[in-house]
Design a protein around this ligand. Structure first.
Ligand SMILES: [Zn+2]
Length: 197
């Protein structure tokens, strides 16, 4: 009898929480929602040397620069650390605006696993992902995203669309930025300085 009362009590509490949530959702005005502080996510760890995975991604970025592509590289490892894919930008070579390093790496990793999901996978990329790539990472259920330099111009994680920072993001990876930042930024700076000559 006591147990049943306890269970009933818990059920009532859960119900009242649900009712409260619905009530709150209905009473928050649009201006109040807009003024809500942004969801806190992601860590910025600038000043650290590139990890072995980021070093591999930087090598892909250098190879991309040698091909005349914007130097961005991406590497995906499975949950057990197995390398699944390593890619650099190939938008010019493939005449494909979606051929960003991350997109190519996600496609290759999914093909390697025979799955549209990369559960537990860790993606390293030398530059803050754009909105398109961030959305693809969410769709692939990537567990962790580590990126190098911030990209205030085209980034979609900490800048611009901030893809993971709204309720429509169904999956939010753990995000760490700033790893290998200086190497990545130096590559991009040198590439664009050369192109301006
Ligand atoms: Zn992208």
């Amino acid at each position: 009898m006591f147990l049943r009362i306890g269970i009933n009590k818990v059920a009532i509490e859960i119900n009242s929480q649900c009712v409260n949530r619905v009530f709150v959702a209905k009473t928050v005005s649009a201006p109040a929602l807009a003024a809500r502080p942004r969801l806190a996510y992601g860590r910025w760890m600038s000043g650290f040397p590139a990890s072995p995975m980021m070093a591999r991604a930087l090598a892909e970025a250098r190879a991309a620069a040698a091909r005349g592509e914007v130097p961005v590289g991406a590497v995906i490892a499975a949950a057990d650390g197995t390398l699944l894919a390593a890619s650099g930008n190939r938008t010019r070579e493939l005449t494909d605006p979606t051929a960003h390093a991350e997109m190519l790496a996600i496609r290759a990793a999914c093909a390697a696993l025979g799955s549209e999901r990369l559960l537990g996978a860790v993606l390293h990329v030398t530059l803050e992902p754009c909105a398109m790539c961030a959305a693809a990472m969410a769709a692939a259920r990537v567990a962790r995203v580590v990126y190098g330099a911030a990209d205030p111009k085209s980034g979609g994680v900490m800048h611009g669309a901030r893809v993971f920072d709204h309720p429509q993001a169904h999956h939010v990876p753990e995000i760490i930025g700033g790893i290998g930042e200086s190497e990545s930024a130096a590559l991009l700076k040198a590439f664009f300085a050369e192109r301006r000559r």
